[in-house]
Design a protein around this ligand. Structure first.
Ligand code: HEC
Length: 334
């Protein structure tokens, strides 16, 4: 074993004697710097040789528009019941042709101010029936919805939904305002944001099809700059004023219907938002008071102990000046 290390040790000893250890360190450092520079150079040259592709969506995708709703903010509530009911009407007359709402039951509509009889009627009149089994033959069947049923899908399954929608799947709308960045404002912007792609310019005045001729909307898709990749499979669902007729006299413009259904979809995503908000303030006040009490209790419990320790045993001097003074007082020199 001894001879195994003898040679390297002798070589190292030689270098040490010559003072070469520093040179070796320099050599290793130099090699490292060379490799780092080479890799930096190859990275930079690759960047210029084939610059990263800029997608049309990076320059032409728009952030959601502003949408102010009663449910916004820490004190938001659902006191805009008339608007929520109008939103439900838009969902039932327009969106429910393609979108399910599987997390909301008909009886939940009580939260929008409908009474039991109205809910029963809404459920049994609902145009999409609920999948069921024929009790006599055991074959698949459908039946009228009950208040305890959840809003059913207009399609039997995903395959049928895709077949009817150019291979795109209309998502369940129950939680859509939670699952998309921008929430209700995004839904509102999407519904009102369809545009004609020919000649479309962004805020900088750049024309989409001139900058990106390849970004032409494929057939069966629809151009909408609020959608992440600018083209979506949903045809504009709200197209003309008066598409639904509101019983409360509100003018059913496209903008109004889009606002109403977005407000409604905030409610479906979190029907207990009011209760959560109502609990928030008292809980915060309670925690503040509890924190104050805990602080005062702590002061009270430790007051005697801390006071005594200080009297019997003065704290050691910390700064050099204090140490010198203390030594002088005690008659210590040096
Ligand atoms: C004709 C069928 C149809 C109707 C009616 C319809 N949608 Fe859609 N919707 C779709 C399809 C299909 C998609 C999937 C689009 C895609 O992925 O490209 C979709 C997607 C969506 C999305 C999700 C977009 C995203 O970010 O992924 C929202 C939100 C939406 N629809 C809301 C509505 C609302 C609100 C209504 C009623 C006013 C409505 N839709 C009516 C077919 C429809």
């Amino acid at each position: 074993m001894g001879s195994l290390f003898a040679l390297p040790a002798a070589v190292l000893g030689f270098f040490v004697r010559l003072g070469w250890v520093r040179s070796i360190a320099l050599f290793v450092g130099g090699a490292f710097a060379l490799v780092a520079t080479m890799s930096l150079y190859s990275g930079i040259s690759a960047y210029y040789a084939s610059p990263p592709t800029v997608l049309a969506s990076a320059e032409f995708h728009l952030e959601p528009k502003e949408l102010a709703l009663r449910s916004d903010g820490p004190f938001g509530n659902f006191k805009n019941q008339a608007q929520l009911q109008r939103g439900f009407q838009v969902y039932s007359e327009v969106c429910s042709a393609c979108h399910s709402m599987n997390f909301v039951a008909f009886r939940d509509l009580k939260g929008l101010g409908y009474n039991d009889a109205e809910i029963k009627k809404i459920a049994s009149d609902w145009k999409n029936q609920v999948p069921s089994v024929n009790p006599d033959t055991g074959e698949a069947a459908t039946r009228k919805a009950l208040p305890s049923d959840h809003f059913p899908s207009p399609f039997l399954n995903e395959t049928q939904a895709r077949a009817a929608n150019n291979n795109a799947l209309p998502p369940d709308l129950s939680l859509i305002t939670k699952s998309r960045e921008g929430g209700a404002a995004y839904v509102y912007s999407l519904l009102t944001g369809y545009a004609s792609q020919a000649g479309y310019k962004n805020e900088d005045g750049k024309e989409l099809l001139k900058e990106f001729p390849d970004a032409k909307t494929p057939t069966n898709l629809h151009f909408n700059p609020y959608f992440a990749n600018l083209n979506l499979a949903m045809p504009p669902p709200l197209t003309s004023e008066g598409q639904v007729s509101y019983a409360d006299g509100t003018k059913p413009t496209v903008d109004q219907m889009a606002r109403d259904v977005s407000a409604f979809l905030v409610w479906t995503a979190e029907p207990n938002l009011e209760r959560r908000h109502a609990a928030g303030l008292p809980v915060t006040v309670f925690l503040l008071v509890a924190a104050l009490l805990a602080y005062l209790a702590c002061q009270n419990i430790w007051a005697g102990v801390k006071g005594k320790a200080r009297a019997a045993d003065p704290p050691a001097p910390r700064t050099p000046a204090k140490i010198r003074r203390a030594k002088g007082n005690a008659g210590i020199t040096g």
